[in-house]
Each structure stands twice: as C-alpha cells, then as structure tokens.
Design a protein around this ligand. Structure first.
Ligand code: FE2
Length: 737
C-alpha cells in the first residue's frame, strides 16, 4: 500500500498550518468575522503547488511486478464551487466484472483536489478488471484537520483497453460516506445485466426513498418533500454558499436602506402616491419606472394581461356570462364607432377575466375586521389600434345595486379603485397559484418523484436532474418564510388560510392540458390576439424544447414497449399523479405512460414549466409589482359599492401602509436579484451523459435557443415596451428563486 507521509513532511505541514492559522487570525481581525472551516480551504487553494506537500513516491523495489501491471488512467475533477477543494485523502477502488483494484490513494506531486481543477492519476492492477462496473470513492482525514467536504464533479477512467468512461458524481462528499459511482451509457432498469449492478440499483433506490420522502403540506395541495428546514436537505441539492452569501448581502442592503429611511415596519399611511417613488434610492428598472408613470392608463392596464407576469388568465368571450349584465349602452363609447358589443363579441375582439375562484374565500383579519377580496369580472376589448382595453368591471360575482358595473367613463378614482381590486385578486392569483403552486410546487413534485424513482444511471434522470437544481431548497425556504404565518404572502389580503384555500381550489380545477402551452392558448381562444409576446415566444420555446426532448426520449426508447416495461419511469409518473395531482383522473394527468409520445409530451411540459413558464411568471416581478399600486397583495379598505363616493384619499387609505408597502417592494427586489451561479436554459455544466448522441442533441438545443434569442432581441428593438422575459438569456434552467 501507498505510504502517506514521512516525518519531515508532517513537520512541514504542521509548520504550514501555523502559518494558515496566523493568516486566519489576521483576517478575522481585519473583517471582524471568524474565519474557520472551509475558508481555510480557500487559502489552501491559493497556495501554489509545493513539492513538500502530499507527495507520493512509488516503491522502487518491485520493478518486475510493475512491468506486468495493468494501468487505469483517471482524470479526477474537483468542482469549481466555493470551497470545493479538500485536504483530505481520496481513495479509489475500481470494481469490474473480473475483479477489483486495491483501495488506492490518489496522490500527485503537489497539492491535489483544489477547486476547479482536474488531476491525472494512475491505478495499477495485476490484471484487467474486465468491464468496469463501479468506481468506489472514499475520503479519509488528512492529519488532524476537521471535516473537509469535497465537491467531486466527475472522474473519467481510461481502461487498459483504451475506453474512456465517464463516471459523473457532482456532489459533496464527507468522510466515511459510501460513494459508488455508476458510469458509462445511461441504462434503463431492464437493461441491467450484471447481478452486482442489479443489486446496486435496488439498494440505491431504497436509500433514495429514505432520503427523499413525501409530506402533506395541507389537505388538497400538492405533496412536498419531507424536510422542515433547508439544513435537513442533502448537501448536493442545497443552494450554493455563494448564492446564499449574495442573497444575504442583498437582504442586508435593503434592510439598511429602509431602516435609515424609517420605512421598515412603519404603520403610517402614504401622504401621496408619488412618495412611493422614494422607497429605494437606486433600485429601479426602465420598466419599473414605466409602470410608475403609466399604471393608471387603460391601455397599459390591459397590456399587462398579455405581457406582464400573469399572462394565463384572460379568455376570449363569445357570450357574456349571465351574472355580468354589461349592456350595449354601457360600453358603446369605448368600442369602434358604429360597432356594437354583440358585433365585437362575434368578431372575437372581446375577452374576459373572471376571478370567480376567489368567491367566498374568507380573507384574513386586519385590525380585528376581515379584509375584502373581490371575485371580479373584467371585460376587455381589442380596439382598432390593436390595444387591449378594459371596458367594464364588476367586482363581485352576483350583480346587484351594491355591485355596480364600473366603466372607464366613471369618476377617475372609482374606475381606478375597480381596476385596483381586480389587480389585487390578480396579484394574489399570480403569486399563489400561477407562480408558487403551478411552477415551484409542481416542480418539486416532479423532482421528489424523480429522486425517489430513478437510479442516477437512468437516462430520464440524467436529462431531468439539472432542471431540478435548487428547487427543493428554495421551496422549503419559501414555506418557512413567504408562506409561513407572518410571511409576505400571509400578509396579503387572503392571509395564511386564504392562500391555502385558493391553491386548493385551483389545483382541483387544474388540467394537464392547461399546463401545455399550445393547448392552453387554443382553449383560451388567444391564437390571434395581437401583441401577445408571451404566446409568441412561449410557443417557439415549447417547440424547441419539444424537439430536444423528442430526440433524447426516442434515442433511449425506440418503442412503446420499452416505455411500458420501464418500471422506474412508471413509478415516477405514478408518484407524480398521486402526490402532485392527488389521483384526480378528471385532471387528465397521466397516471402511467403507454407510449413514447406520452413521455415526450410530459417531459416537454415539465421542462417548459420549470424554465419558460417560471421565467414568464417570475422575471417581471420587480418591474410590475415594485410599484405597489399597480398590483398590491393587500388592500385595506372595502371595494366601492356606489359610484361618485371616492377620492384620491380613498385610494391612499386603501393601499397598504408604509411598512407593508416596503415589505412587498423589498420581496420583489430580492426575487429579481441576479446571482453569479445562474445556469441558463439549455446549459448543462455538469456532464452526465457518457454517450455522444445526447451531447450532440444538447448542442442542437443550444443552437436553436441561441437563434431564438437573437430573433427576440431584434423583435424587441421595434417594441415600445420590449418583452424580455422569455429571451433564453433570461430563462434559468431550473427554479432557483
Ligand atoms: Fe420563482
């Protein structure tokens, strides 16, 4: 066996540690922080390779034996995450069909396993090991140093026969952990032909099912992962240290600014709307300023139902619902001269936003009284200038004298209040349903089911795992912050219980078809509504994702029978049906897969949801909501019941107070932060596929995304308000925030 250290080396290392400790003490004095643990590694990584450290000289004695040895060449890559490197000793054992190598320490001249580097090593065996099955990796302490986790990316093993086999890892490794990597071509469960691997796969899935378990969030809601706190999540699916640090920094800066201004927690009322422009000193975007300038204008209001953050709510209206008795006389002044409502309904120029799912949900109490959430109806009209204009609003489902139909010709503040109540219900629907439940929580369902059902060597796991990056972490955190009692969403008009009730109602109505954009657009009759850039970009992205998924899935599933006999795939979709859609057959979600086509459609929908759809509902939040009157999660006063009674004072009393306003605006600032470790759609920095075919498919996917990005950028140059949210340069590969 290899010799680890000799006495002089130990002494030298001890001397070196004294130097490190001195540097740490000096740094802690400079920064006022304790610099321990992994920070030591950063310093270590900066030290140039030094021959005195961790060198290994092969024994010279057994030259004959060495001549007959068979050599396996290893390229071992340490990740480039913060503090990914390690001082610890790394041992590798190669396991093949004909035997296994000795447990061999990987030790080169100089410092090994520094962040973002690849080291070359050799493992010698007496004979060829046959077909390589597993690479076993172990990490042992280096001297007396404390636990020093290693982010091990991958190892490429070149066999004596000349075959280079990829063994991806991409996870943090601790001391004493059993790490046995699968490598080579992706395999479905029924393709396993070696008893050791069949057994290994079974044990892997047992372990994964204990690491990732389901838990009920509340009756009628999608199930969630079982941990209560992010610290309980396995290290390799947690958010990176760098992202945490950047997020904390942003939070601190926002807190300091608002504290200095005395806005944080203030229960005072705004004296004027314009004062809200002073919430943040610097944080603004062209669009957020545009919103603050134009939020009262009807054409701008209407445009938001197409190209802002909640583009999935309006439907073409060919006949007015009986509970919304808009008359010809009411809306005639807002239609094209000489036209009528009936004519415009026939022509397909009338659209409806019906918020009936809000009806009857009890809002939260505020100062001892329940707040008001309206279940409104908003009629919209595409005018001859191709602008979508609101032309009538009724704030409750049942028409009555106290529930008038508001019109653009009403007193300005009456009409503005009516639009604000529609906007309030829309903002809650957007955050709670369209954003949180239909992207974040459903992504978690797909992820937990995949983590439990698939072996890491399964092709669908390799395809999907990058699309689940950070999602469990961000969702677990949102449940302990945003959604928790006292969190921002619980401070909305709906409150803690109301938010859950809204999710429950919506999930019961959610169909598979509604999550598939082409079907969604057709079902809502929005194929030809002008200036609908969410649709235009979204459909192109759907097509690009679909062609990529089709190529990958058809490569691994040449026939429907392969789909039917893949028990891991079937278990995955069954868990999704049971834990995500609660076994609701009426939803149209599949409970099993019968054909390759069904798999392609479902995975297209999944990738579209966690990339494109999330970007559509997430990316514009600061732009459209940081100006709180444009879509407030909280309105404090009841909606108007008669016309001519309101004033600007009513508007200010209705809007949230200073503290509430800044807590909403701050949330949207935080949610719009850009992080240095962002991974964009179609980018797969972790190499998981060994075989060339899927790698080529990824390249083609990237090329198509790049072409689309150019086309969107060119299109946007012509637009007064560019639609940027679905440019692939703005879409993340997974839900990370
Ligand atoms: Fe999000």
């Amino acid at each position: 066996m290899l010799r680890k250290c000799n006495l002089s080396k130990e002494l030298l290392i001890q001397f070196y540690n004294v130097i490190i400790q001195s540097v740490l003490v000096w740094m802690s004095q400079q920064t006022g922080q304790e610099q321990t643990g992994k920070l030591g590694l950063q310093i270590k990584s900066l030290v140039p390779a030094c021959p005195q450290f961790r060198t290994y000289t092969p024994p010279e004695s057994d030259s004959f034996h060495r001549l007959t040895m068979t050599e396996y060449k290893l390229e071992v890559t340490t990740g480039d995450k913060q503090c990914a490197g390690t001082w610890d000793h790394i041992f590798v054992t190669l396991i093949g069909t004909e035997g296994q190598s000795e447990r061999t320490v990987l030790d080169n001249f100089g410092v090994d396993f520094t962040t973002g580097t690849t080291g070359n090593y050799t493992i010698s065996t007496n004979l060829s090991l046959g077909k390589l099955l597993l690479v076993k990796v172990e990490k042992d302490p280096f001297l007396f140093l404390p636990e020093d986790e290693w982010y091990f990316s991958k190892v490429v093993v070149t066999t004596p026969e000349g075959e280079a086999i990829l063994f991806p890892c991409y996870r943090w490794i601790s001391r004493g952990e059993l790490v046995e990597l699968r490598g080579g071509r992706a395999l479905k469960v029924f393709e396993e032909d070696h008893p050791m691997l069949i057994d290994h796969r079974k044990k892997e899935l047992i372990l994964k099912k204990s690491s990732y378990q389901w838990k009920m969030l509340a009756e009628g809601l999608p199930n969630i992962n079982h941990v209560n706190n992010v610290s309980e999540l396995p290290a390799d699916i947690r958010i990176s240290q760098s992202k945490t640090t950047e997020g904390n920094h942003a939070k601190m800066m926002i807190g300091i600014e608002l504290k200095i201004k005395g806005l944080l927690g203030s229960t005072e009322q705004w004296e004027s709307i314009d004062d809200m422009k002073k919430i943040f000193w610097w944080k603004k975007t062209t669009m957020s300023e545009n919103v603050a300038e134009h939020w009262k204008e009807d054409d701008f209001y209407g445009s938001q139902f197409l190209n802002a953050v909640n583009p999935n709510v309006i439907k073409r209206c060919s006949e007015l619902p009986p509970n919304f008795p808009v008359t010809e006389e009411m809306v005639k002044p807002f239609l094209e001269e000489g036209s009528s409502l009936q004519e415009e309904l026939k022509k397909g120029n009338i659209f409806l936003y019906d918020q009936k799912k809000m009806d009857g949900i009890r809002p939260r109490d505020y100062n001892g009284e329940p707040l008001h959430v309206t279940a409104g109806l908003c009629l919209l009209y595409v005018n001859p200038e191709n602008k979508l204009m609101p032309i009538a609003i009724q704030l409750h489902q049942q028409p009555s004298e106290q529930n008038p139909i508001f019109l653009p010709s009403d007193p300005e503040t009456d009409w503005l209040l009516a639009k604000m109540f529609i906007g309030n219900a829309d903002a809650m629907d957007h955050q709670v349903v369209e954003h949180l439940m239909k992207t974040h929580f459903l992504a978690e369902v797909y992820a937990v089911a995949a983590l439990r059902s698939f072996s890491v060597i399964h092709p669908i796991y390799k395809l999907l795992f990058p699309h689940f990056r950070y999602t469990l972490h961000i969702n677990t955190r949102s449940r302990t912050t945003l959604l928790a009692p006292g969190g921002v969403l619980s401070n909305s008009s709906l409150g803690y219980d109301g938010v859950r009730e809204l999710m429950r109602r919506d999930l019961a109505e959610t169909t598979y078809s509604s999550l598939c954009l082409p079907e969604n657009i057709t079902a809502r009759g929005l194929e030809s509504i002008p200036n609908f850039y969410y649709r235009d970009d979204g459909l192109k992205l759907w097509k690009i994702i679909n062609s990529f998924v089709k190529a990958v899935v058809e490569y691994y599933y040449p026939s429907d029978s392969e789909v039917r006999k893949d028990t891991e795939l079937q278990e995955w979709i069954s868990e999704i049906f049971t834990h995500g859609f609660l076994g609701n057959k009426a939803s149209g979600f599949p409970a099993s897969f019968q054909t390759v086509e069904e798999v392609i459609k479902f995975i297209t929908m999944l990738i579209f949801t966690v990339t494109v759809q999330h970007a559509a509902v997430h990316n514009g939040q600061f732009d459209y909501y940081s100006w709180v009157p444009n879509g407030s999660l909280l309105l404090r006063k009841p909606p108007p019941t008669t016309k001519g009674q309101s004033s600007m004072k009513t508007i200010l009393e209705t809007l949230p107070d200073l503290g509430e306003t800044v807590s909403f605006a701050s949330l949207f600032w935080l949610l719009s932060e850009k992080y240095t470790d962002t991974v964009l759609i179609g980018t797969y920095p972790e190499e998981r596929f060994h075989e060339p075919a899927p790698k080529q498919m990824i390249k083609e996917f990237q090329a198509q995304l790049s072409d689309l990005s150019e086309a969107i950028s060119t299109r946007n140059l012509q637009l007064e308000i560019p639609y940027i949210y679905l440019n692939p340069t703005q879409i993340e590969n997974s839900i990370t925030i």
